[in-house]
Design a protein around this ligand. Structure first.
Ligand code: PLP
Length: 385
């Protein structure tokens, strides 16, 4: 079966584009584990494969599914983690380049940008990109090479207007890259909205089972920058392993059903928690009172995602005590898996975090939302004595 565009993305993902094994006719293609490939007698490589560090057939198959999901004309590239994918973009810039990134974003990447990336001369500026006026003021035409936004962004679920940010970045001669991990291709199509590159920690909802660490970049244009990123992945050896690529491909087969259940569960929880006596505030872009709701309603589809946060009445101690008392929710970092996770984010992000101390981050899985609410309700009440 070729990639038939008349079928929906969910049909294509369910069958991993319908690729089968031509030799055995197995409906699941084999995992290609070889690190090296035979040369032809004329010294060529007619198979197109030479060595396992730059390329792998199982990785390519999974990349094809991801490129389809992101409508990425230039294709998708898999990396050994979300961080490897994200940092590849910055390491493909030149010393002296000015970079703008969202001030509220995944803390691991923010730390890396502020400490490691500056060592080889990138000038990094954190900006509240949910305010396009602030983004416009920070852009330096001809010097800013990359604008990096995350939307919805960890852990406040701040929303940046992707189309607006793309227009501003392009006018200044910069590229726009979007960390769309928490929107996922189920809710947002950053490339269709004007972004040049979309990144995901595929570790999260794309794989969905908390058993693979992976990252992906997908792009609209196969230009010199994209080629640099490809060269960087090959040179640094940051490609995803074939077993992980296979697991990710398997996870993607259920991506649409998982995402639908997770988004509707999160919306129900956000609603129910909004009137909870022990909850001071619910942060979820689907709620009309969320500051980014209008933009989110414009640029997100199929709901507003599986991530939300709550600020617990009684402050940090009450938040930590609540997390200590849940039973169905799992107390762990990460997000996007089928099992719901709860985390006191400020504890992990450290003193420089913009995350309030009373905040608990909730990653909604596929359990019965009524059970998830009851468990949290009981924990909140117990923490408040
Ligand atoms: N981007 C976001 C939004 C994340 O939540 C994470 C990890 O939590 C990353 C990037 C980094 O991904 P990884 O842990 O696969 O390196």
């Amino acid at each position: 079966m070729a990639e038939k565009l008349t079928w929906s993305k969910s049909s294509l993902a369910a069958q991993a584009l319908g690729r089968t094994d031509p030799i055995t006719r197995a409906v699941v293609p084999p995992i290609h584990v070889a690190t090296t490939y035979l040369r032809d007698p004329d010294n060529g490589y007619s198979s197109g494969f030479i060595y396992g560090r730059p390329d792998n057939a199982t990785v390519r198959d999974t990349e094809a599914v991801l490129a389809m999901l992101e409508e990425a004309e230039a294709g998708a590239l898999l990396f050994s983690s979300g961080m490897a994918a994200a940092t590849a973009c910055f390491m493909s810039l030149d010393p002296g380049d000015h970079v703008i990134a969202s001030s509220v974003m995944y803390w691991g990447l923010r730390n890396w940008l502020l400490t490691e990336s500056v060592r080889w001369g990138l000038e990094v500026e954190l900006v509240e990109t949910d305010d396009l006026g602030k983004l416009a003021a920070a852009l330096r035409p001809g010097r800013t090479r990359l604008v990096w936004i995350e939307t919805p962004s960890n852990p406040l679920w701040t929303i940046t207007d992707i189309a607006g940010a793309a227009e501003l970045a392009h006018r200044a001669g910069a590229r726009l890259a979007v960390d769309s991990t928490c929107a996922s291709p189920y809710h947002t199509r950053p490339l269709a909205l004007g972004a040049d590159i979309v990144m995901h920690a595929a570790t999260k909802v794309l794989n969905g089972h908390s058993d693979v660490v992976a990252g992906v970049l997908a792009a609209t244009t196969d230009d010199a920058f994209w080629q640099r990123i490809l060269k960087h992945r090959s040179g640094s050896g940051a490609i995803l392993g074939p077993f992980e690529a296979y697991l990710l491909q398997r996870g993607l087969k259920t991506f649409f059903v998982r995402s639908a259940a997770q988004a509707s569960g999160a919306a129900r929880l956000a609603d129910a928690l909004s009137s909870h006596p022990n909850v001071a505030r619910v942060l979820y872009p689907g709620l009309p009172q969320h500051p980014g709701h209008d933009v989110a309603a414009r640029q997100m589809e199929n709901g507003f995602g599986f991530m939300l946060s709550i600020q617990v009445r009684g402050g940090e101690a009450a938040a930590i005590a609540t997390a200590a008392k849940v039973e169905l929710w799992k107390r762990a970092t990460s997000l996007g898996g089928v099992e719901s996770l709860i985390e006191h984010r400020a504890s992990i992000e450290g003193p420089s975090t913009p995350c309030p101390p009373d905040l608990l981050r909730l990653s909604t899985g596929i359990e019965d939302p009524a059970d998830l609410f009851d468990d949290l309700d009981r924990a909140l009440r117990a923490a408040h004595g």
